[in-house]
Design a binder for this molecule. Structure first.
Ligand code: XMP
Length: 518
């Protein structure tokens, strides 16, 4: 997908806000293509991109603070409509001649906003009083010339302002977050009423154009794809297979840390008896991974070993295949956006199948999904006819069950957790609960405890069941599963899985816990 395919585009300039991805998602949900760029994007590049509208995100700074991130004044006289959100609103006020100050009272959370200008295109069809999400300490104290106030709150006299003649709009609140009652409509009003977009962004056109582009780019060349069986790499592989068929080789490294039967399921879809015209190589590297993990108990050490070993196995396979022209990566848009942002503390070193190997001989990388959000990847997968159970698959981490077994990984423990997890997933599916759960799985604690089975004493492992509700996987709440399901799963696990005599349910949210146990 290139810019030329999206005749109408909204540009989001990122000033370091927490919700920049959400803005882009909300715009795309309105069928308008949208890309996020750093706030340092040059005016020339903006002119080249010729967006229909520009959105300035929130950010942690003060417009008058030292080292404040800013934008050139000329941004507001390009003849392109601009919507400033939170920090973006303050920046607009500041650069257009208004004033921004620290408010005597900060405003955080849900706030009732009063819309004072019923004629504003931005608030078309929005009730006069509505709840918006505020998160600011600074506020616009003096309007720039030619602007007028369009909304206020009890502590924020200019909660929204505009200069419609020049296409400049600003809101102090965050329309992109769910807590703002009519936020999506406000963004829709901006893209349709102000920017005059038509809403032509559709998944079927993405898929067709992506296939054509891949054909053009790859020609008669050969491509190599690391397949994990997860949504992203599967959809990327299918897209490539439709574009170049058997010029594609998919390498699936089975590290022995997959869920029960998962390796065979991936092979059934992509292997010789599957539906796709690709070369499929399955490497059973289980013993190699188990040997490397022997005696290792520290989570980060396990993650690093699994990640590195994965790359080594993949490199060896690539070496045997010989030089390829293109390496396919399942990178998706959140990865692209996140990798462009500042540094944050390393909680876990993530390993993704498709992480870049050093010693694979290829000329270029192709990332056909790099502009799609996860839900768009799923929609593209459906459009391509990828089986539902693959498209709707819950996320599964690159290090697999290796990080769902606390302490040392052994073949016996992998078997226990695979069996317990399969029972759990089966019962969740039977009860139809999976739709509301972001992720659910069984993990193996390193704890053994005393139990009694039949007339004998046992000293066995405890399985922990986890189920979380989340939309972004950055925060999550433990799901309140019905007791009857938990109870049935518990009975089945202790009866059917040898080596387990106790089942626990993890009631912790994220934060303070993380979703995975390691
Ligand atoms: P945590 O445990 O950090 O997980 O709350 C958040 C989400 O990320 C997934 N996860 C990973 N995914 N490679 C991945 O591709 C990894 O190394 C990895 N570690 C965690 C996790 O399953 C959850 O969806």
């Amino acid at each position: 997908m290139s810019r030329s395919d999206a005749a109408e585009m909204i540009l989001v300039l990122d000033f370091g806000g927490q919700y920049n991805q959400l803005i882009a998602r909300r715009v795309r949900e309105n069928h308008v293509y949208c890309e996020v760029y750093p706030h340092t994007l040059s005016l020339d590049r903006i002119r080249e991109l010729a967006p229909r509208g520009i959105i300035l995100t929130g950010g942690p700074n003060s417009v008058y603070g030292q080292g404040a991130v800013t934008a050139p004044k000329e941004l507001f006289s390009l003849g392109i409509p601009v919507l400033g959100i939170c920090y973006g609103a303050q920046l607009m006020a500041h650069l257009c001649g208004g004033r921004v100050e620290t408010a005597p009272t900060s405003e955080y959370g849900k706030t009732e906003v009063d819309i004072t200008d019923k004629a504003s295109l931005l608030f078309d069809g929005i009730p006069t009083k509505n709840i918006c999400w505020m998160s600011h300490t600074d506020y616009i104290s003096v309007l720039p010339t030619r602007f007028h106030t369009t909304a206020n709150t009890p502590v924020c006299p200019i909660a929204a302002m505009e200069n419609p003649a020049e296409g400049l709009y600003a809101v102090q609140f965050h329309p992109e977050v769910m807590h703002t009652e009519h936020g999506t409509e406000i963004l829709r009003n901006f893209v349709y009423h102000v920017c005059k977009c038509m809403g032509t962004w559709r998944m079927d056109s993405f898929v067709q154009k992506a296939i054509e582009e891949l054909r053009k780019k790859i020609g008669t060349g050969r491509a190599l794809c690391a397949l994990s069986g997860g949504v992203d790499s599967s959809v990327a592989a299918v897209l490539l297979s439709k574009a170049i068929g058997s010029q594609l080789t998919c390498v699936f490294v089975d590290h022995g840390l997959l869920r029960k039967d998962e390796g065979d399921e991936v092979e059934a879809v992509f292997g010789t008896s599957g539906t796709y015209d690709v070369n499929f190589i399955r490497i059973n590297a289980r013993d190699r991974f188990y040997a490397k993990l022997k005696g290792v108990t520290e989570p980060e050490a396990k993650r690093k070993i699994i990640g590195e070993e994965f790359i080594r196995v993949f490199e060896e396979a690539a070496h045997e295949i010989g030089a390829v022209d293109f390496l396919v990566q399942g990178t998706i848009y959140p990865d692209v956006i996140e990798s462009g942002l500042g540094k944050s503390a390393v909680i876990k070193s993530h390993h993704n199948v498709g992480g870049l190997p050093d010693h694979v001989d290829f000329k270029e990388i192709v990332e056909p999904l790099r502009l799609l959000f996860k839900d768009e990847v799923r929609a593209a997968g459906r459009e391509l006819g990828v089986p539902d159970d693959l498209v709707d698959r819950q996320p599964f981490p690159g290090p697999g069950l290796g990080i769902r077994i606390i302490g040392e990984v052994t073949a016996e423990k992998v078997h226990i957790v695979q069996e317990a997890d399969a029972i759990y997933r089966e019962e969740i599916a039977k009860a139809g609960l999976q739709k509301n759960l972001g992720q659910y799985f069984a993990a193996l604690t390193n704890m053994r405890s005393v139990g009694v089975m039949g007339d004998g004493r046992t000293y066995d492992y405890a399985i922990v069941l986890r189920a979380v509700e989340t939309s972004d996987f950055m925060t999550a709440e433990a799901a309140q599963l019905p007791w009857e399901i938990l109870s049935r799963v518990t009975t089945r696990i202790v009866n059917e899985v040898r080596g387990v005599n106790r089942v626990l349910y993890d009631c912790t949210g994220k934060p303070p816990a993380t979703i995975e146990l390691e």
